[in-house]
Design a protein around this ligand. Structure first.
Ligand code: PEP
Ligand code: MG
Length: 857
């Protein structure tokens, strides 16, 4: 068993310049998904064998082959990028699979001009596909001569028995077992911290708990374990730095991974016998109807559609369970992943070209899922157990999707659909079985157990007028796409929807959360009449979207947009927005695990500013993290009451460098077009405001800023309304913008995410309206202005009341802008003021709403 460590010299297979593998413009190679190695920019056109060995594989397109050495090392050489598409044109192979070769023997000759012209790149990758045999790879640099120079040295691992004798280097080291101290278990934040730490070690690192384990470098896998507080965990590491990795990582876990560690009783007192543990809170169960002709669901995108049902069934694949040979099955899988990555890239690029970056982003996220090491690792383990690539892959992704779906976390559960979607794409590539698409007629209402983001993105808008799915939540990607397409959609519909026959006439009334069958002719006529009126009204509002919102007696209200990034800014400008009243800057870099640099931030803010007209306002809110908004790159210690803890500006004051960087980035983007405003979220005391403003002033003077930027605060906490006079009198505090979502929550002491309280969380509560009125009076007395950027600004019933209270600017969701403007135009200011004074005197939000009837939407 024992043998000495072996060094293998890889002779340069081409004459050319060495390029680090990480610089190859293809994520499959750059992220080392195929393996570690190097790339070479060729100056010669005959590929030579880099080692002695046997040709293990020659691709049909003759653009790539694999050599296996006597030590078992497998080296894949891939000439150019995306050269498979050349179909062998320009490539001549001098060897066949099974041939024995010596280092320096000719393998493939290629037409260098043709490849340079027709392929994405000439860069030729040399990677080791069975990295588990390898201790280290050290590529050299500069110009290499084919068949002469050493391009890289590879040190092979010692056999396990030898490694153990040597004291463990290269062997598996398992740490002590500890009880997970994180009060809310291994959720996104500690998992992200663990992944970031684990990636510093070259060893393979696993987080182990009982008989479960997950790749500690994969956030998806770690969260998939769903580990709770107190559960036993250990680190198991294999590789050169296994011992340090296991020791350091278990210590980091003990320290809480950036969270306050909560000790776990070592020997808990015996439990009283019959006290059952309360079930963790699940999202509220979807509604169910007793009427056979009405199926209830949750509105993911509002609207009304009358059409015929087409059931979209999940693709079934025919798959053999057992594989032929592990190396071939692995290669089949990797090729399929390669092709899937490529097709996702095509899909994403196409959507980006159409300007649909929201959908494009989803396919970018799918590429990320494919790059997560965990999925391939799980599949490889199955392949090693004798399974076929297709079987192994299907098991890997369905297990992961099921794990995610079972988690008590709506966002992660929503990602299960994405994992299945990516999984099916690769499975289609492995099996060559194309995903069947049903023929669709006009006025189709799609019904499915689950629609994947791929299905949704490819929906033919000319034919599909709505859809309903049994699975999925309102924050799933499918729901996001439905809203961006402005197509009515229900999620969580009753399962019997799947039994509706194709061709059945139905009405999808997602505003009411219903799918209705067997409508009488009279009912259908009523639906058509409603649709006609809605369409007429929408057309009128759209036609006037660029006109200002002026009341019938000449009072102008600014109507601006809430945005989450550059695409929204562009979109808003086209929908009649007169600027941006809230850029939720925490949304811009939401998917990142590392903090964006000052330049990256400045670039985004400048692009937003350029998307608007010169002089239009762009209100950039500094990072509003904490509460229900975790940012993976800005971990916040776990708190008992996160909504009452480090949230909004409090995080910025606690970690001033983050706030300072953001302020510098905002200042750097001034002058790009729009008029910049900086707004601090969650201000609750004058002291917090003064500290934040001081930081702003220090940064402005440090960069000798001479432009114009106004500074203001969010009014989300009752103290700001109650002390509006003091806040409004603060020098340099130019405006408030009311976050009615939080102001309602904090005024009523109701968690904004609590489904049981949702019906009472009404910004039309007279208490909330009174606070807004106080703020308007105080600001106007100081010559300053008041905006509203919470949900109330898009709530048509609230609009005239807010105007009557003295609100100067309504910052709305983009699709609501034309209707909000129309609502303002339909009132006189005097009527709004009368409504406002009646509203603050009401006793309940229902009484307030009764003052402003709105036609059925
Ligand atoms: C609000 O609280 O109303 C608001 C606009 O902020 P967010 O919804 O981003 O917390
Ligand atoms: Mg808020």
């Amino acid at each position: 068993m024992s043998q000495a460590a072996t060094q293998v010299n890889i002779i340069s297979p081409l004459t050319g310049i060495m390029v680090p593998i990480g610089d190859v413009p293809d994520p499959v190679f750059a992220k080392k998904m195929v393996g570690d190695g190097f790339s070479i920019d060729p100056l010669s056109n005959t590929l030579l064998a880099p080692i002695d060995g046997q040709i293990a594989d020659l691709q049909a397109a003759r653009h790539a082959l694999t050599i296996r050495s006597a030590d078992g090392l497998e080296i894949l050489i891939h000439i150019g990028l995306e050269t498979v598409a050349l179909g062998g044109k320009g490539f001549t192979a001098h060897v066949a699979p099974g041939d024995a070769v010596k280092a320096g023997d000719e393998l493939i000759t290629f037409d260098i001009d043709q490849v340079a012209r027709d392929a994405k790149s000439l860069l030729t990758q040399v990677v080791i596909t069975n990295g588990e045999l390898v201790e280290s790879i050290t590529p050299t640099h500069g110009l290499k001569h084919a068949g002469e120079d050493v391009a890289a040295t590879v040190v092979l691992k010692k056999a396990v028995g030898q490694a153990e004798q040597d004291g463990g280097e290269g062997a598996t080291v398992t740490s002590e077992t500890v009880a997970l101290p994180n009060p809310t278990g291994m959720h996104a934040r500690p998992a992200a911290t663990l992944v970031a730490l684990a990636k510093k070690y070259s060893s393979n690192v696993k987080l182990v708990s009982g008989d479960m384990s997950a790749n500690a470098k994969s956030i998806v896998a770690i969260m998939g374990l769903g580990l709770a507080h107190g559960q036993d965990v250990a680190i198991s590491a294999t590789g050169a730095d296994a011992r340090t990795a296991a020791a350091d990582l278990i210590q980091a876990i003990k320290d809480g991974l950036g969270e306050e560690a909560e000790p776990v009783a070592v020997a808990p007192a015996p439990e009283p016998p019959a006290a059952p543990k309360p079930e963790p809170a699940k999202p509220a169960a979807p509604p169910r109807s007793g009427d056979p002709n009405t199926l209830l669901g949750i509105s993911a995108s509002p609207g009304l559609a009358a059409g015929t049902v087409v059931q979209l069934r999940t693709q079934e694949f025919t798959i053999a369970e057992l594989g032929q040979n592990a190396a071939d099955e692995r290669r089949t899988l990797r090729d399929a992943v390669d092709r899937a990555m490529w097709s996702l890239g095509e899909l994403r690029d196409g959507l980006e070209k159409e300007g649909n970056s929201e959908k494009a982003g989803i396919f970018g996220a799918h590429q990320e899922i494919l790059q997560d090491p965990e999925l391939l690792e799980r599949a490889d383990a199955e392949i090693d157990g004798g399974k076929s690539a297709a079987f192994a892959w299907r098991k890997a992704y369905t297990d992961l999707a099921e794990q995610l779906a079972s988690l008590d976390n709506e966002v992660l559960a929503g990602r299960a659909t994405d994992v299945r979607d990516v999984g099916t794409r690769v499975l289609g590539e492995i099996t060559g079985q194309l995903v069947e698409k049903p023929d669709l007629n006009e006025n189709t209402i799609l019904v499915a157990k689950e629609l994947t983001p791929s299905d949704t993105a490819q929906i033919d808008r000319a034919k599909v007028i709505g859809f309903a799915t049994v699975n999925g939540g309102v924050s799933s990607h499918v729901a996001i796409i439905a809203r961006s397409m402005d197509i009515p959609a229900l999620v969580g519909i009753e399962e019997r929807a799947l039994d509706i026959a194709d061709g059945t006439r139905v009405v999808l009334d997602s505003s009411k959360g219903e799918l209705r069958l067997n409508l009488s002719d009279a009912e259908l006529r009523a639906v058509r009449e409603r649709q006609r009126k809605q369409a007429e009204r929408k057309a009128r509002e759209e036609a006037a979207k660029d006109d200002p919102a002026v009341t019938s007696d000449g009072h102008r209200v600014a109507v601006v947009a809430n945005i989450g990034g550059v695409d929204d800014a562009k979109d808003a400008a086209g929908k009649g927005a007169e600027g941006v009243g809230l850029l939720r800057s925490e949304f811009v870099f939401l998917g990142r695990t590392t903090a964006p640099s000052e330049d990256e931030q400045a670039d985004v803010y400048s692009q937003c500013a350029k998307a608007l007209r010169p002089g239009q306002p762009l209100v950039i809110r500094t990072l509003d993290v904490g509460g229900d908004k975790p940012l993976p790159y800005l971990p916040i210690p776990a708190e008992e009451n996160p909504f009452l803890g480090l949230r909004g500006v409090r995080v910025g004051l606690d970690q001033p460098e983050t706030l300072r960087t953001q302020i510098r980035a905002i200042l750097a983007s001034a002058g790009a077009g729009a008029k910049l405003h900086v707004m601090f979220p969650m201000i609750s005391t004058v002291t917090d405001w003064r500290r934040a403003k001081e930081i702003f002033d220090e940064e402005a003077s440090a960069v000798a800023f001479s432009g114009e930027v106004s500074v203001g605060i969010m009014m989300e906490v009752p103290t700001v309304g109650i002390m509006a006079g003091q806040f409004a009198a603060e020098p340099g505090c130019d405006f408030f913008s009311v976050g009615t979502n939080d102001l309602t929550a904090y005024t009523l002491a109701m968690d904004r995410g609590n489904a049981n309280l949702a019906s009472q969380m009404d910004p039309c509560n007279p208490a909330v309206l009174s606070l807004i009125g106080r703020a308007a009076d105080a600001l106007h007395a100081n010559g300053k202005w008041l905006g509203v950027c919470g949900g109330a600004a898009s709530d048509l019933q609230a609009v005239p009341i807010l105007v009557g209270l003295g609100v100067d600017e309504l910052s709305c969701s983009i699709p609501a802008i034309p209707a909000v403007k129309a609502m303002v135009r339909s009132y006189a200011l005097s009527a709004c003021q009368e409504l406002a004074s009646k509203a603050v005197a009401c006793s309940t939000p229902e009484e307030v709403r009764a003052l402003v009837p709105v036609d059925e939407i």
